[in-house]
Design a protein around this ligand. Structure first.
Ligand SMILES: [Zn+2]
Length: 315
């Protein structure tokens, strides 16, 4: 395995100017546009060490990071760019903190803000063409092993639908893994649901362009011995979640799956796509990330609800 020191040594050298130019190009690919009046000309002004752009028409001031996931961050852009670079390896916040010399909380926040941007990127790009589907389960084995006896009772496997389009050489054109929440709410005893018609239908409605009208679809048999690219990808995802993070709880599972799929979908272009994501409107706060109404929807499927609520549906 590559050691930490060699990863640190292999980090590209970025200057603050390089990062600003890259973000500027991602945010305004056709040149500056005032966010208020779309005027194309600006004055450059500096305020408390920050570079601002003042519209020549309406005098509105904006910055490169305004409205993006980087907004309000006091971490230097070079560290953000190293974090984006390291996202190609899929490392934990603990290792990221060590490598780019920030606190654990900052590293965690950077990783999650990047995952938030990836989630938006993924949402804007439904699957198109001949789609393959695979129903699987994420087990929460680690949590069950460590958790209290109550947690062991209540954490149930999370149904996941893996969907992908592939090119002629079986490389992913686009890969998605989505946690499925069933309309039955708490009824997690129906193990057939993720590979059943209903889960596939919900996945297609939400994540395939044209929804159910999309004609060609191939459903794969789930299981440990499956040899399709989707089976391999799913096994790799589970391995990554277990080995790198020791397993992921239901609240953030979807964000980690999005990151994994983003890596396999973008491959060589990952860094450029990620910078592109960070240049677009994607603002999210710490509260937004950890709060109950976070952009990353808490997954309720995995929990059994208390008896008195059993007749209610999951919202
Ligand atoms: Zn303006």
């Amino acid at each position: 395995m590559t050691s930490r020191i060699s990863i640190r040594d292999s980090l590209p050298v970025y200057s603050e100017d390089d990062c600003e130019s890259a973000l500027f190009a991602a945010k305004w690919p056709h040149g500056f546009r005032c966010p208020r009046c779309a005027h194309p000309y600006y004055y450059e002004v500096s305020s408390r060490g920050r570079r601002l752009f003042e519209c020549r028409s309406c005098r509105h001031q904006t910055s490169i990071t305004a409205g993006t996931v980087l907004e309000g961050s006091r971490t230097p852009l070079t560290k953000w760019f190293h974090a984006m670079y390291l996202m190609q390896l899929g490392i934990s916040a603990k290792l990221l903190a060590e490598l780019i010399q920030v606190t654990y909380k900052t590293a965690w926040l950077i990783n999650h803000k990047l995952r938030h941007a990836i989630g938006q990127w993924d949402r804007d790009r439904p699957l198109e063409g001949a789609v393959q589907l695979l129903g699987e389960y994420y087990g929460y084995e680690y949590h069950r092993h460590l958790g209290s006896s109550n947690a062991q009772q209540t954490l149930k496997p999370q149904p996941i639908v893996v969907g992908a389009t592939l090119d002629e050489s079986d490389q992913f054109v686009h890969l998605k893994m989505k946690a499925v929440d069933g309309p039955e709410g708490n009824d997690t005893t129906r193990r057939g649901v993720a590979d059943g018609e209903e889960a596939a239908e919900r996945f297609v409605q939400r994540h395939v362009a044209g929804g159910l009208a999309a004609g060609h679809m191939k459903k794969l048999e789930p299981g440990h011995r499956g040899r399709s690219p989707l089976h391999f990808a799913w096994r790799e995802a589970v391995k990554w979640l277990s080995w790198t993070f020791g397993g992921i709880g239901p609240k953030h599972l979807q964000a980690y799956l999005n990151e994994f799929c983003f890596r396999l979908t973008c491959r060589g272009a990952l860094l450029a796509e990620l910078i592109g994501c960070c240049g677009t409107r994607n603002r999210i706060t710490y509260r937004g990330l950890v709060g109950p109404r976070s952009g990353i929807r808490p997954l309720k499927w995995g929990y059994r609800r208390p008896a008195q609520q059993q007749d209610r549906r999951a919202v």
